[in-house]
Design a protein around this ligand. Structure first.
Ligand SMILES: [Cu+2]
Length: 442
């Protein structure tokens, strides 16, 4: 029996779940001097409120839809009860304007997750419907501060600072997706964080952009990556010189402020091949005289055992279509008549039948063959997976893998969570234009 049912039976009707309200709001995304931007928000803020829940607890939110279009909420990366996954048309009906839906589920894994709209997400996420979801370890690592950094971009009219309303531009759908012309963090185009020298920070980076792959580097900050897509790494690892964060991916870093000057930064590689400040850290004062010892690994989450590859069924999903791809002109024109530009395993859109039917507990190897001219960030709902690396070993647990043009990437997972799980590209224009499929675990 869920907590809501229990509460009802006890006659304690006063404890309705806390609302999470989708509504229009104004946000100062662009620099001062520009007007505020009208966005679609959760609870009136951009990004939505940061939700923090202890590991193993039940998260309860009454989603209230005050928009004039249907919507629903997906809890990205949570190994969740299928009925709470928020995918309109697959796990629930979209919530009509003026109505509500009660989300209630246990959060089994500690880490950095996020929530976002999963009804017409190409438009609704671009308009602002996303926020951070932090599941706290019972024994949190020893840091001075925990900073959530939700990276995003916005496509604004440079004169009015309002969102460009053409969310279904064929150029975006058929190429890399909808990119913004203003890049920022936590709803600001230029986020500044204050810090002390030798202060130890846990940085939780979330890529909430519709299509942009962030390539980042740190200056004046030194440390380790400790988790990917929420899941702890077995041991802290050096931060790569260039940190790649595809749409929907997260990374947890533990860094010390080691810069000599007054500034440290997280910088982003721009299309111009130059490094631009993404997040500025203003250093003043000193937290301690010397650096601290290396951090311990994060405590492992439950159910992280690697999948037994020898027993695994092999599935292949060919990714085809898009501009400059190898699909024939005739095939492409046929696809475009249905409003699509891409196919997964020969099919555009989720349809009525799953890509695969899996038995609960079945080990699976899934090979993505990216036969297009673009990278795609493939996301599986409900279960994490590990990439099968070139030497046959298994990589860290993730929920989103960046596949590169013309390359194959194999993932392995154990189908241990029953339900209908979406499998799609997280370049949201691609997902809307054919790159959405699903698996059925029974
Ligand atoms: Cu894609």
């Amino acid at each position: 029996m869920g907590a809501t049912a229990l509460t009802a039976r006890m006659g304690n009707a006063a404890t309705a779940p806390t609302p999470l309200t989708a509504q229009r709001a104004m946000a100062q995304i662009a620099p001062e001097g520009y007007p505020q931007t009208e966005v679609w928000s959760y609870d009136g803020t951009l990004p939505g409120p940061q939700l923090r829940v202890p590991q193993g607890a039940s998260l309860q939110r009454r989603f209230v839809n005050k928009l004039d279009v249907p919507s629903s909420v997906h809890w990205h990366g949570i190994r969740i009860d299928n009925a709470m996954d928020g995918v309109a048309g697959l796990t629930q009906d979209a919530v009509p304007p003026g109505q509500t839906f009660d989300y209630e589920f246990v959060v089994p894994d500690a880490g950095t997750y996020w929530y976002h709209a999963h009804t017409n997400s190409m438009e609704q996420v671009a308009r602002g419907l996303s926020g951070a979801l932090i599941i706290e370890e019972p024994d949190a690592p020893d840091v001075d501060r925990d900073e959530v950094l939700l990276l995003d971009d916005w496509l604004l009219d440079p004169d009015t600072a309002q969102l460009e309303p053409d969310f279904t531009h064929p150029m975006d759908l058929s190429h890399g997706g909808r990119f913004g012309n203003l890049v920022g963090t936590n709803g600001h185009y230029a986020l500044t964080v204050t810090a002390k020298r030798h202060e130890r920070l846990r940085l939780r980076l979330i890529n909430a952009a519709n299509a942009r792959i962030f390539v980042l580097r740190l200056t004046g900050l030194s440390g380790w990556q400790v988790a990917l897509d929420g899941m702890p790494l077995p041991a802290p690892e050096p931060i790569p010189e260039e940190l790649v964060l595809a749409p929907a991916q997260r990374v947890d870093l533990i860094v010390d402020v080691t810069g000599d000057g007054a500034q440290a930064a997280i910088e982003r590689l721009g299309n111009d091949e130059q490094w631009h400040s993404q997040i500025a850290f203003e250093i003043s004062g000193e937290a301690s005289r010397t650096r601290r010892d290396a951090p311990a690994p994060l405590p492992p989450n439950p159910n992280m055992a690697p999948t037994d590859l020898t027993q695994a069924r092999l599935l292949e999903m060919k990714i085809e279509g898009g501009a400059m791809g190898r699909m024939s002109r005739n095939q492409m024109q046929g696809l475009m008549q249905s409003g699509n530009f891409w196919t997964l395993a020969g099919k555009a859109g989720p349809g009525d039948t799953p890509f695969a039917r899996l038995s609960k507990g079945e080990p699976v190897r899934l090979r993505f063959v990216n036969d297009t001219a673009f990278p795609h960030a493939m996301h599986l709902h409900g279960m994490h997976f590990r990439e099968v690396l070139e030497d046959g070993s298994l990589g860290p647990m993730r929920d989103t893998v960046l596949t590169f043009a013309g390359r194959s990437h194999e993932i392995a997972f154990t189908a241990d969570n029953p339900g209908k799980w979406l499998l799609h590209c997280h370049m949201l224009a691609h997902a809307a234009a054919g790159m959405s499929s699903w698996i059925d675990v029974t």
